[in-house]
Write a protein that binds this ligand. Structure first.
Ligand code: G6P
Length: 589
């Protein structure tokens, strides 16, 4: 799972590949590399660490073609040796995906005398290409992929051949058409500002790319035409402004994400309503933060549209033989629209006859192509690996969907979203999470607890804190505390209670008592009048949020827990934008 880029043409190939890799870093950043056709030479550079590490080694090149890779390790630890490209003979290869039968292939190749120098699955591709090459790399590519099981987007170059050869199956690959130059990449944002037209390759396609043109072949090596459509990726201003990190900048953009998403929803409303005609059951699915947004979406559909709704983690859903009828709507939530588990869950649902609705921050992604209707999240580009503004955008989109399916017109509810944005703005301006963050940074475990909608945000708060500060913890339903979790509580743990529903406030306050009477440290994030007075005196940290209807509170508590996670990570000197071991978009299953 990784990002790949290729460039060929009259420009500076090393610079083009480097810039493309910078834009693809969200797909992985534990190592990076490139292979460049530099005159008669094939120059290969690969380094463990961020893309920047390549720069000193490629700066002086005058290459006319190059392929590059930014990695998120699946097979083999992050290291210089396991970084791509992999080179055998005169052929270099970059690969995104997983070769499931690599162990068998490797044994056969080793038996034939091949010497492997990495622990990756991808190296088998380089060996196979080298083995099958007899003067025609396109033919070698076909022979190679015929041997592969799994998912792959592959780019290959050979010393002395002014071409890039590509193949893909279940991993995305797009072609970008320039003037005297051509590109290929894992996704459209990598080509922002680089070319006007793009084609998306189908599963099983091959491409032979030169500066003058691109020939695409289907799986039978018959030349085919893939539609060329406008490149929608725009070069946005992705600077940090006055923020030290993208995470903080993106939390500050939460209000804009809500208002823009709802504006964009107006254009999708009719199609959504049509897709929902006759629907009597809804399944919402996604991974990570997107799944947590789905949990809130489920409640919105139940509260407003009165349609039974369930949630399923996308990677689980696929293997459960789900019972789906033609009146089932499956809502797949994904910031990137490229998460393999979510895309495959949507494909499966569609195959079983469900109406598939994508809720995504991407205007063109695999998920969009699978879906019957797309509900846009207009959060803008999110750079920080930990999702913040895209989460609140997803929740806003799901609330807008629930309103629409419930029969409310866009105009009737527009004010609600204006209100949310305004209240989020107030939270961002006034919140002080620093002293609680210090406590969390020193703790052995942080537990986020809440009931109903607060529980959904508790899960997200816990995920956010774990992923960027590495402080362990969990999100729990507050009522379940007494059924097990209480055993974990001692003076080295912090329990953060979210209390935003007056009906449940008394019961949650009891849970706070249970924690403090066992010596645990407790904090409360609330907007319910009278709650602070009900709490035991030893509750050290109370974060007050503006009052609002309970169904809107998740937007405010989300900003609060995001800010708490951010502050904790900064105190611990972690990089909140690029947490260890993670990638923003996980395109392998
Ligand atoms: C990765 C990211 C998470 C994200 C999840 C789903 O695990 O690290 O932050 O929530 O993927 O991503 P998606 O693009 O489908 O929303």
């Amino acid at each position: 799972m990784c990002g790949i880029i290729g460039y060929i043409g009259g420009g500076n190939a090393a610079r083009e590949v480097y810039q493309g890799l910078k834009r693809l870093e969200y797909r992985g950043y534990d190592s990076a590399g490139g292979a460049f056709l530099n005159g008669d030479e094939l120059v290969v550079v690969k380094k463990q660490g961020r893309v920047e590490k390549l720069l000193p080694f490629i700066d002086g090149l005058r290459a006319t073609a190059g392929i590059g890779h930014t990695r998120w390790a699946t097979h083999g630890a992050p290291s210089d040796g396991n970084a791509h490209p992999h080179t055998v003979g005169d052929i270099s290869v970059v690969h995104n995906g997983i070769i499931e039968n690599y162990a068998e292939l490797k044994s056969e190749l080793v038996a034939d005398g091949a010497v492997f120098v990495s622990d990756t699955d991808s190296e088998v591709i380089a060996h196979l290409l080298n083995k099958f090459y007899d003067g025609d790399l396109a033919y070698a590519m076909k022979k190679t992929v015929d041997m592969l099981e799994g998912s792959y987007a592959i780019l290959a170059v050979r010393r002395g051949v002014q071409r890039i050869y590509a193949a893909c199956n279940k991993s995305p690959l797009i072609i970008g058409y320039g003037d005297g130059e051509n590109f290929c990449a894992s996704d459209e944002p990598a080509l922002a500002g680089k070319c006007d037209g793009i084609s998306v390759l189908d599963d099983g396609d091959f491409a032979e790319i030169s500066a003058e043109g691109v020939i695409i072949y289907d799986g039978d090596m018959q030349a085919v035409i893939r539609e060329i459509s406008p490149n929608l990726a725009v070069c946005e201003n992705l600077g940090l402004g006055d923020c030290p990190h993208y995470m903080l900048k993106e939390i500050r953009e939460v209000p804009l994400s809500v208002t823009q998403t709802v504006k964009a929803f107006a254009g999708a409303e009719q199609k959504l309503k049509a897709a929902f005609a006759g629907v009597d059951r809804i399944i919402l699915t996604g991974c990570g933060t997107a799944y947590h947004a789905a949990l809130l979406g489920k409640r919105y559909f139940e509260i407003f549209a009165k349609i039974p709704a369930e949630t399923e983690i996308a990677s689980e859903f696929r293997y459960k033989n789900p019972v789906i009828g033609k009146n089932t709507a499956v809502i797949a939530v994904s910031q990137s629209g490229e998460t393999a588990d979510t895309v495959e869950a949507a494909r499966l649902a569609r195959g079983l006859g469900a109406r598939v609705i994508a809720v995504t921050n991407s205007r063109r992604s695999q998920l969009n192509r699978v879906a019957d209707a797309v509900v846009p999240v207009a959060a803008g580009v999110e750079i920080c690996v930990a999702a913040t503004k895209s989460y609140t955008g997803q929740v806003a989109a799901l609330l807008a969907c629930a309103f629409a399916v419930a029969g409310y017109s866009y105009a009737e509810k527009a004010g609600v979203f204006g209100n949310i944005a305004e209240l989020c703005g107030k939270v961002i301006e006034n919140i002080d999470a620093s002293s609680l963050a210090h406590l969390c940074s020193r703790s052995r475990g942080v537990y986020f607890l809440g009931r109903d909608l607060d529980y959904a945000v508790a899960l997200e708060g816990s995920l956010k804190l774990k992923e960027i500060s590495y402080v362990p913890g969990e999100g729990y339903p507050a009522g379940e505390l007494k059924h097990g979790t209480l055993a974990l509580i001692d003076e080295n743990t912090v329990s953060v209670f979210l209390i935003t529903d007056e009906r449940l406030a008394g019961k949650c306050a009891n849970a706070v008592e249970q924690v403090v009477s066992r010596g645990g440290r407790a904090a409360v994030i609330t907007n319910v009048n009278g709650v602070p007075e009900k709490l035991p005196e030893c509750v050290e940290h109370i974060i007050l949020l503006p009052e609002c209807e309970p169904y809107l509170a998740p937007f405010l508590t989300a900003v609060a827990v995001q800010t708490l996670a951010y502050r904790t990570a900064v105190i611990l000197n972690r990089d909140p934008d690029k947490p260890r071991n993670l990638a923003k978009s996980v395109t392998v299953e």
